[in-house]
Design a protein around this ligand. Structure first.
Ligand SMILES: Nc1ncnc2c1ncn2[C@@H]1O[C@H](COP(=O)(O)OP(=O)(O)OP(=O)(O)O)[C@@H](O)[C@H]1O
Length: 619
């Protein structure tokens, strides 16, 4: 097995440090933290920054020779989200010639395999937060019932404080820092989550600091970056998922995992959408960083596929529509998930989809970050693999196409190839994944649109929501139960609405350029939705790393492309010679403007495209 084929599971860490000595903590750091905590209130940011900032931690080299090769972070100068200062952001992967991190999900799958190759030249000291991470004094947290004296909670997003929930830039207002408080018992007068559209208003400044009431239960799953446990609040009866990363002194993986989880916090705390796993709060103490998330009991799509086999098309349609809804919301905030795949999509018992695992998600405000090579090989878009011109939101659309194939076959595309070979196939060949024959024409067409090699030719998530494959899923019934409850009580970009709503609240008629008309949903987003081309153009002017892709290099950097073996359950899939370019019908540019005629060239689309009247979703 080559040296780079290094698979590190959390279990091995457990074995390495059995009970009682599972953590080798940096005692002096803890003592200092504890002392400071007594001196003055400590925020999550402060604790985190003091522990992991390069200014304060000699441990964190951020990569280089001998490091893990994994860099959960790439530089993101100008990241608008409030976050703790994380310090260095070295491109640990390139040229290090050592291992990577792959994952092992609860199901024991290795399909969560990730590739992380960051650009060293962009990986210098990150000014994460870009001025947003001022360590403002905050009241002591978390009050009675806290887990430890040094426990701190993270700053509260304005959402939690009743400020503008959809701030276009996602910036936290000065002086409005607060805490990521944990959910209060249902029915509590201060339980703001009971109010419409206040899903994330978990607590406010005046509530009883009823924090840390969560008791850790059974292990739900293991990921690359830690363990996920069931949490139960014995006072409220609520459940949550607790994602934990423990600190192991002098352990680079542990440090990277903490950074990754912190990145997830920074992003998730900004989001509120029924198809995105809800963030409740986070705590850091002397041993670990804990993140409290909405508990989604059905497990991941990947797990369901393993247990029950491929999904039938109505289920695929329904799940796809919900994934798109979450993506549309995310992309409307100029954020890429970057790791869309079955293992990162959870399903609740009602069939409601929740996008999870935002450890690799990224705001696209910073161009440099888009040159890093991250993701899970089989679901990775060609432009990520090639990585010559950077990439943007369309990478998630490609991964969605792969996920649909995964749902239809239980395997991702190219699963017959091992990691590097799959990456070559994605990046260097003109081949297209085989699309199962049993799928409808709508499904096939939808998948082909997602898997267009040219990212600028892929429809956006919002546009795809109007595709016949998913368009009429608002009333879909799958099995014996309706899937049209809360999952559908949001507009296309995901704004929550408490009641039945029009699926397409507003439409406008746009010329298709051939005398026909198509409709395009108009959905309010916090910022203008970027077109794929815009995104591509934005990043085209970036400097290109000579070692940005394993396909573009053959030196040490190439050898640092760490891939994990394919999932053992992936059987052979026939290779398709289908050329997606045969169906290059979308989108077209004319005089610098998009011609919004996404389905024009496909007769069935035209036939099925309704007139201007808005559709209503029936619940
Ligand atoms: N909110 C949740 N509700 C229920 N189970 C969850 C939740 N979040 C995660 N899990 C379970 O824990 C497992 C690992 O979680 P997750 O994938 O988020 O961790 P990770 O370390 O980020 O993983 P990855 O290796 O994919 O990066 C998942 O496969 C799932 O089974």
């Amino acid at each position: 097995m080559p040296a780079w084929w290094w698979k590190k599971s959390s279990k091995s860490i457990e074995q390495q440090y059995p009970d009682g000595e599972s953590l080798k903590l940096n005692k002096s750091s803890i003592r200092n933290d504890t002392k400071r905590a007594k001196d003055k209130p400590k925020s999550f940011d402060e604790v985190f920054a003091s522990r992991y900032s390069p200014r304060n931690s000699k441990d964190f080299s951020g990569g280089g020779s001998g490091s893990s090769g994994f860099s959960g972070f790439d530089s993101d100068r100008g990241h608008p989200l409030p976050r703790p200062s994380l310090g260095t952001d070295h491109g640990a992967g390139l040229g290090s010639g050592s291992g990577s991190v792959s994952s092992e999900s609860s199901s024991g799958s290795s399909s969560d395999d990730h590739v992380h190759l960051d650009q060293a030249q962009f990986g210098n000291f990150s000014t994460r937060g870009h001025g947003d991470t001022k360590l403002s004094p905050m009241p002591r947290s978390p009050g009675p019932g806290s887990r430890s004296a040094t426990t701190a909670t993270s700053p509260l997003h304005p959402r939690f404080c009743g400020t503008n929930l959809d701030s276009p830039d996602g910036k936290q207002e000065e002086g409005k820092g607060s805490y990521h408080r944990l959910p209060l018992p249902p029915g509590s007068p201060t339980n703001l989550s009971a109010l419409p559209n206040t899903r994330t208003c978990i607590a406010n400044e005046n509530t009883n600091p009823n924090l840390s009431k969560w008791k850790r239960g059974r292990l739900l799953g293991r990921g690359t970056f830690g363990h996920v446990y069931l949490g139960f609040n014995s006072e409220s009866g609520q459940m949550c998922a607790i994602k934990e990363v423990r600190e192991i002194a002098d352990d680079q993986t542990s440090k990277e995992s903490l950074k990754q989880l912190n990145q997830e916090i920074a992003l998730l705390s900004q989001l509120s959408h029924p198809n995105i796993v809800q963030y409740y709060g986070s705590e850091i103490d002397e041993e670990k960083l804990s993140v409290y998330l909405e508990y989604v009991s059905g497990g991941s799509i990947h797990k369901l596929l393993q247990e029950y086999g491929p999904f039938r098309e109505p289920v695929i349609q329904n799940y796809t529509r919900q994934i798109l809804s979450g993506l549309s919301y995310l992309h409307g905030r100029s954020t890429m998930h970057r790791d869309i795949k079955g293992a990162n999509i959870l399903v609740d018992p009602n069939g409601e989809i929740k996008l999870a695992d935002f450890g690799m998600a990224k705001h696209i405000a910073t161009c440099s970050s888009m040159l890093s090579f991250k993701g899970s090989p089989y679901w990775m878009a060609p432009e990520v693999v090639m990585n010559s011109n950077g990439y943007s939101l369309p990478v998630d659309i490609w991964s969605l196409g792969c996920t649909i194939l995964e749902m239809a076959t239980s395997k991702p595309p190219w699963s017959q190839y091992e990691g590097v070979a799959a990456i070559f196939k994605i990046g260097n060949s003109k081949d297209s994944p085989e699309i199962p024959d049993h799928l409808s024409n709508d499904a096939k067409c939808f998948i082909k649109l997602c898997l267009r090699r040219d990212p600028s030719a892929r429809p956006t998530a919002l546009q795809l929501l109007d595709h016949p494959f998913v368009r009429d899923q608002g009333t879909a019934r799958v099995g014996n139960f309706s899937l049209t409850n809360e999952a559908f009580s949001n507009t296309l970009d995901g704004s929550r609405t408490p009641t039945v709503l029009e699926l397409h609240p507003k439409r406008t008629i746009l010329s298709s350029g051939d005398g026909g008309h198509v409709t395009k949903p108009l959905v309010a987003t916090s910022r203008p939705l970027m077109s794929p081309s815009d995104g591509a153009r934005m990043i085209t002017s970036l400097p290109v790393s000579p070692c940005s892709s394993p396909l573009r290099q053959s030196g040490p950097a190439y050898r640092s492309c760490f891939l994990s073996p394919p999932h053992p359950s992936f059987g052979l899939v026939g290779q398709s010679g289908y050329n997606l370019n045969d169906h290059s019908i979308f989108p077209t540019r004319s005089n610098g403007k998009f011609t919004l005629d996404p389905w024009r060239a496909i007769p069935q689309f035209k036939a099925q495209t309704p007139n201007v009247s808005p559709r209503r979703r029936h619940i």
